[in-house]
Design a protein around this ligand. Sequence first.
Ligand SMILES: Cc1cc2nc3c(=O)[nH]c(=O)nc-3n(C[C@H](O)[C@H](O)[C@H](O)COP(=O)(O)O)c2cc1C
Length: 338
Amino acid sequence: MCQYSAIDGVVGEWHKIHLGSFATGGAGLIMVEATGVEPEARISLGCTGIWNTKQADAFEPIIKFVHSQGVKIGIQLAHAGRKGSTMLPWDDHEIASQADGGWTTKSASAISYKNFPEPKEMSILEIEELKVKFIEASMRAKDSGFDLIEIHAAHGYLFHQFLSPLTNTRNDKYGGSFENRTRLLVDTAKLIREKIGEDMPLFVRISATDWVEGGWDLYQSIELCKILKDNGVDLIDVSSGGLVHDAKITTGPGYQVHFAAEIKQKAAILTAAVGQITEATQAEEIIKSDNSDAVMIGRQMLRNPRWAISAAEELGEKIPWSLQLERARRIGARKSPQ
Ligand SMILES: Cc1cc2nc3c(=O)[nH]c(=O)nc-3n(C[C@H](O)[C@H](O)[C@H](O)COP(=O)(O)O)c2cc1C
């Protein structure tokens, strides 16, 4: 979950407390926010980066702490494309000018998002260089001790801009047909898998649909996920939307779970469900009914970073707690609190 609190892409005290709180909160896996593979890959001026070793090194104490609690931690590697160069959400204006420290964005095609400036259409050379940046970022992440990598190909960011015909009108090998629009993501996933080796899990987050007629949809997502599976991706983290700001999205509790379920069945790949999953019994039902292999909890963990230990208690599951918190357990507590 983007925290807009990094300086020059480097994580600091805020991230340590933020991510650390999930490590003491019963999470099985923590996913670090969308992290840029180059300065222009960030969404905002405050987004995290892993395009240099200073940034990678800054993650190490956080990873060590998370591991000390017996929890796994992954990093989401991202490129914002045309949705980049923004101020922090709590600033008084949205788009960062050059004077603010912003940059000219790039995308599959020169089509703007909302009222954002027009991005530059990427050249073939820039596309090839981008793949290398993702590989280098993956290796930095691996060397820092991350347990897994997730490629962020959802929410209207750069990979998604290539996937959707609404934002990709190229007529070279990266645009037009389904095969061409998916080429950048498939190539990148394949190259990352080759580089990080067989043992490190590789996830991809996608938007299963743009929620717009003529855009990216569930059918294309299923076909893409079959190809990603063949190229070494282990799990698809299934979200939706984000490509265009005026899409009509039908939301509600677990509103994206059926996308995860269809992808799991039809592409025969592990999936994670996300989106308005806030209750322990709801999360349990998603897993038990075989709709998805995992659940990702977003805002509910921001509201209550120890949501997972409460959920386990509610479901009568005994999960490990941090030693320092043990005496607060409601079930199985034998000693008086004095
Ligand atoms: C403050 C905030 C930051 C987010 N940052 C990210 C991010 O870095 N990467 C990502 O894939 N999704 C991000 N999301 C989307 C969430 O991961 C999640 O998919 C969405 O909020 C729906 O799930 P939820 O109802 O559990 O929050 C963010 C959402 C919010 C509200």
